[in-house]
Design a protein around this ligand. Structure first.
Ligand code: SF4
Ligand code: SF4
Length: 445
């Protein structure tokens, strides 16, 4: 453990046990809560940015923070409860953000987003803030530059194309690049201006440091920050950058949402009951510069053709450009958009369970998450709050969980770490857990 938050701290921090009496497991639970509420704060911030509030979320953030002060709460069970409460409140935050986006920009519609380029000066927008993207597009239009400047989305901005009120701006053209992990290379190759609206944005290289801006929550050392969503400096800078040429590219399908998927609920249920859809995989989450992320590429490749994959967040750029085909007209790969859009996937799972008169754990559904930072942790808590068991997480176990705390989660929620794609897939499809050291496990190893 490492805690140095009060003046009783030993030199270099309390690392074995706190002077206050805090032990490593309690410290781990406090950190687990702190990281969860960081994730919740991110979605809450974007909802507030849009003018939407639910005071319950703010109250919980205050309560959770306060509970981790020195000498306030030493009760580990209370922290376990607070972590699940974080999951419940996080669902509210995702719901609030979905309401903010859909009421402001309209209900998402599936759309094929071009990955090529169009002639004109370019602006590339990365991060999660549709508010920032909207203000930029509006100001380009108000300045009469819609034919001069083309706006491209990057990483988590991709699903912006599916919202009618954003798509109606003719300057919004296509998508450039993949997840945040490759941004330094992709931004260097993009000749225009880059705007970072939230995570995950990194310190720029020399190749593009004179044409990148931040806005809202994002900030970079030595990079101009757009104040009050006034994008004039970035738009003017874009006009100084070389014009891009027209180049054909492929298309990425995105824009699935619980409203447009549940509109075909009866068909979906029929296909499940007829065995034409054998299994539903939810494979989503962050991208991480970790070689074990190849697990997700492989898993999505070997998932059988009579199963569908629901996905969200930026890890999908590793596997979203394959041709997965369709099952009776339903795409086998459905991209719901940003990490917060996991809310839509949860809505679908609950609706299907209700329709089939069962619970989510009894559905032929497996959730496989990749996590990088704290928003994914908060989403995990939401899934645990809903009582969903047997979730797979990777590419590694969270460092902030002590072995004992991780064991508790494994026991209570059957939380599983990813192993090998072939082995896990067999477990997922059969519903039979392959225990370590069992003959089947040895055979598969
Ligand atoms: S809160 Fe406890 S563990 Fe943390 S620095 Fe103070 S005495 Fe040490
Ligand atoms: S999904 Fe996670 S890793 Fe990816 S951009 Fe969003 S916060 Fe960053």
């Amino acid at each position: 453990m490492l805690c140095n938050q009060c003046s009783m701290s030993l030199i270099g921090g309390c690392t074995v046990r706190g002077v206050c009496g805090k032990d490593p497991d309690l410290n781990s639970l406090q950190e687990a809560l702190l990281y969860g509420i960081k994730g919740t704060a991110a979605y809450y911030y974007h909802a507030l940015e849009m003018g939407y509030d639910n005071p319950e979320i703010g109250h919980f953030l205050a309560e959770a923070l306060y509970s981790t002060l020195t000498n306030v709460n030493f009760d580990k069970n209370r922290f376990l409860q607070l972590i699940l409460e974080n999951g419940r409140v996080h669902l509210e935050a995702m719901k609030l953000l979905d309401k903010a986006y859909t009421e402001t920009f309209g209900l998402p519609r599936p759309v094929e987003v071009p990955t090529g380029t169009e002639e004109g000066h370019g602006i590339l927008v990365t991060g999660h803030s549709y508010k920032a993207l909207y203000e930029l597009l509006k100001q380009i239009r108000d300045m009469g530059l819609e034919n001069e400047i083309r706006v491209y989305t990057h990483s988590e901005m991709l699903p912006a194309h599916s919202y009618p009120k954003l798509k109606e701006f003719s300057s919004l053209y296509g998508n450039w690049g993949g997840s945040w992990v490759y941004q330094r290379k992709e931004f260097a190759e993009f000749p225009g201006v880059i705007i970072g609206t939230s995570n995950c944005v990194q310190q720029p290289t020399k190749a593009y440091q004179d044409r990148i801006f931040t806005v809202g929550i994002a900030g970079l050392e030595g990079v101009p920050h757009i104040e009050d969503y006034n994008f004039e400096p970035a738009i003017k800078r874009a006009l100084e950058t070389p014009k891009m040429e027209k180049r054909e590219g492929s298309k990425i399908l995105t824009g699935f949402h619980h409203t447009n998927v549940l509109a075909m609920k009866d068909k979906l249920i029929g296909l499940i009951q007829e065995g034409k859809i054998r299994h539903i995989f939810v494979v989503g989450g962050c991208d991480v510069p970790n070689p074990k992320m190849s697990y997700y590429e492989k898993l999505t490749e070997i998932i059988p053709k009579d199963a569908i994959i629901l996905s969200a967040a930026c890890g999908k750029f590793r596997y979203n450009q394959r041709d997965y085909g369709t099952i009776e007209g339903i795409p086998r790969f459905l991209d719901f958009g940003q990490c917060n859009n996991v809310y839509s996937i949860i809505e679908i799972a609950i609706a299907l369970a209700n329709e089939l008169g069962t619970d989510v754990n009894s559905l032929p559904v497996t959730i496989v998450l990749s996590w990088m930072e704290q928003k994914a942790i908060a989403i995990l808590y939401s899934l645990l709050y809903l009582g969903i068991k047997g979730i797979y997480i990777g590419p590694k176990a969270p460092e902030f969980l002590t072995p004992k705390v991780f064991e508790i989660l494994k026991k209570e929620f059957d939380l599983r770490l990813i192993t090998e794609p072939e082995r896990d897939l067999q477990e997922m499809l059969s519903g039979i857990k392959i225990e370590e050291g069992s003959p089947l496990a040895e055979e598969l190893d």
